[in-house]
Design a protein around this ligand. Sequence first.
Ligand code: AMP
Length: 440
Amino acid sequence: MTFRDLNLKKPLWNALDELGYHTPTTIQANGFKVMMSGADTIGIAQTGTGKTLAYLLPCLCMWEFSKDPHPQILIIVPTRELVAQVVREVEKLTTYMNVVVGGVYGGANMNTQAAMVLSGLDVLVGTPGRIFDLASSGSLKLKNIKKVVIDEVDETLSLGFRPQLLNLFEFLPVKRQHMVFSATLSEEVAVFLEDYLIAPIRVEAARAGSPIDKIHQSAYLAPNFLSKVALLRHLLTAFEVDSKILVFVSSRVLADTLFEEINEEFSDSIGVIHSNKAQNFRFDAVQRFQTGETRVLIATDLIARGIDVTDVTHVINFDIPENPENYIHRIGRTGRADKNGIAITFITEKDDSALESIQVLMQQDLVFEKTPKQVAYTTELLEFEKPVVAIPGKSLKLPSRENKGASFHEKKAKNKKVNVRYNHKKAMQEKYGKPKKKRK
Ligand code: AMP
């Protein structure tokens, strides 16, 4: 089967040809007719199965030109990175169509986004909170929406977006088609959908057992941070020059430390991304990695979910993830869309139980490779690795793990204020100096 067998429009076929996509994936082929029939659809699909195109193709096929500036298609996604990614996919597919797409998300200037929305859009992609804010401020009119896509609804609900989603529904016209995508159909998601979807039809992507089938997984023992750095150095030199390598670490501090250790040596071909970086920096880091400007991207779990960078050849778990599901998400960044991938995990003595849970979840053991001869391990420990000597009354803080999920919101200025008890006597003393004592 090819895309020509789907009843698409010519501009879409042309765009697909240009992208080099010929064969629809399972969810694209099976979902197309269902969505084109106008039925509410629940797609069970993870990233990497081609689900974005699965909903974009029918949406764009059913889109009709209108002079009205208000959007017809609304795509709700859980993270800012996904907003950018879906906007890019729409742009690629609509090279030969007169479709205007825009993305909105929290943490960025709302006025700029309001102006963009007011200037007229056909497709709006956004995170639930910001779409709601724009709709309630009156900048965004949702009365023309015909298609509502909720991508990664399980993730959206687990990030606590439920109230915003429910509020947002109030703004939508009653007559609308839903296309809802979720990696898993848990009880929570099913209950949530029951209230909004009318006789939904379910379509499923090909079993995404992909990590096990298409990704070669192995592990190395390494005793500490600096030894891991030595091993990573060796591997980065040994991989093909055109390889694209994602390196996962457990905390923001470690991401920056590792970056400092190796960037210069690899002539600035390394990027770093975590939730403490500004939004522009994050977009830029992913973009430079995507285009091949940087060959290595050091990341925390922030980008393990959702983000689609094409042709990642290797995923290296510099630190083992504490949560076994994150292991699957991390290694799922490689071996995408019918390609093979390589996942390598560095293991220290402390990682036994995390490794065990991963192996249980995967129902597969990782194969341990021998330490390469060229790599010299060290016994030197960095400050955070040194055994903690308990000093009564003192607590030592380790770099915190970055397991916040994908969304990070800067606190509003008013919420940053700390309550300080007002001390009138002290204030007066500061203003007028110490009161002079009366001479007796
Ligand atoms: P997704 O599951 O939507 O995150 O897509 C995973 C990756 O597969 C994206 O880079 C898509 O551009 C790519 N892709 C989607 N559909 C196809 C297809 N039919 N043929 C080849 N690549 C595809």
